[in-house]
Write a protein of this length. Sequence first.
Lengths: 282, 326
Amino acid sequence: MTMRILARLLQVFGTNKTSWVGLGIFAAICAMALLAPWIAGSDPLEQDIIAKLRPPSGEHWFGTDEFGRDVYARLVWGARISLSVSISAISLALVVGGTIGLVSGYVGGRFDMLVMQAMDVILSFPALILGLIIVALLGPSQTNLIVAIALTAMAPFARIARAPTLIVKERQFVEAGRALGFGHARIIFVHVLPNILSEVLVMASLWMATAVRVEASLSFIGLGVRPPTPTWGGMIRDGFENILDAPWLCIYPGLAILALIFSLNMLGDGLRDATDPKLRGE
Amino acid sequence: MSDPVLTVRGLRKHFATGGGLSRAAAVTVRAVDGIGFEVRAGEAFGIVGESGCGKSTAGRAILRLIEPDAGEIVYRGQDVRAASGAALRALRRRLQIVFQDPYSSLNPRRSIGRALAEPIEVHGLAASAQEVRARVASLLDEVGLPADAAERYPHEFSGGQRQRIGIARALSVEPELIVADEPVSALDVSIQAQVLELMRRLQAQRGLSFVFIAHDLGVVRYFCQRVAVMYLGRIVEMGTAAELFGDPLHPYTRMLRDASPVPDPALRGRMPRIEGETPSPANPPSGCHFHPRCPHAMPACRERYPEETRVGGRMVACHLHGPGGG
């Protein structure tokens, strides 16, 4: 059963060329993160003061930073942090926020009003400020960083899940489910959820990009993953001081972030089309 | 006819609109304002009226898809309003609904087979996966759809076919009474006849009772044995379909009947118009709700709502036929 759905997903996904590009880039970045120990070439933490701020060359493909560390090696290892932090944070936000929005929209009435006003309070903080507060309270560590990003992204997911829930729950098949004696949990998770999932998934790919950015920003203020562990955001910050003399320090991690965000957006579009039953069919 | 299986008394549902978290409700819409009727075993009972008269709300309130404010609903001796938990689930198996809109009534992401199997599984009506499949196949056959429909999705079917699927889904839990809420009004006329024919066959084969909600008198006349006419949340006349449409007592029933086209060329061009608009159920006229549109309105009609009176075998609420009327 699941295999057939997967096959169908691939079938429609396959006709959409841009989503394949997105998937390809995303897969390449994932592969880079997984294969880091073998493809990085050198140790990302090894300093070589004599060879500092060297431009890209045959020896150092992407140049070296102010401590003489190899930018290519740091970029490859940095993919691990960026991906693991943002994927974990967004998964957490998707599950928690999505469930809140789904249940709140389905229950409706005053409960919905109160829950959504609480979400609005969270939404009123910029993601970075809220992340900062949370990490400052919990203390800097990779786990706390994930929790902080997840909490900031939770409210938008609640909103994004709630809006289509309000529409879907008015459809007669939900009423039919109640008439057939289905429990609320079954109606919410078996009948409403699949009909709102595509919207939430598209949102997830966009918020993955925000998570990458917030992770970078927090790392920069010293509330993220601590240096010298390489992260893309941290690399941009470090390179920022020398941006005129050594632009490669910012350009390559910047391009990496751009590629990741770009691929996630295209992937999201492909996912949306593939989960729409009107486009899948024979 | 046998004893009633469903008895409804004083059913009431008011909706509050315009209220907020702290503000009181601004307007009360009296969608259903104290109606009562009985449905007998194997009978098709029709509820007709213009849109907004509360007929659909009444149908949903019987099944508690909308929680009624007041009144009594008794199904085969069991108090429907008092049921909760397992008792309510058991009742819902026996009372089913078929919806008006065949496009919104099926989950677009579930195959027809899954949609029909799910209620069977939830209620534990089949012992094995094999038996579930067999039941799904026989349901599809019963409503006149090919067996391979089980593998397909709702968007692959036409409106009429979807309505058949909706009927099959209602039948999947082996109900005894079906509330059919305008089941054919969204369909083409040629398809309407087929779906009505199917429902009539099921009624005979399975001994089903129907509460048939419609605004099309022709359809009701064809399908129902007894009919209630609703106007602004109340029943104004109730009786057998033949009596009611042959010799309407209430001026509103007469108006509805006269507005319904009759396929007789001799009557061409003689169709009177329904006069006036339906007033808002949020602010119904005083006395008899119908008096502003009624050609026979008397002073009493403006002052008090007419009592329900028995005239022969039927009930009518009109001062013309009341104890003090003419």
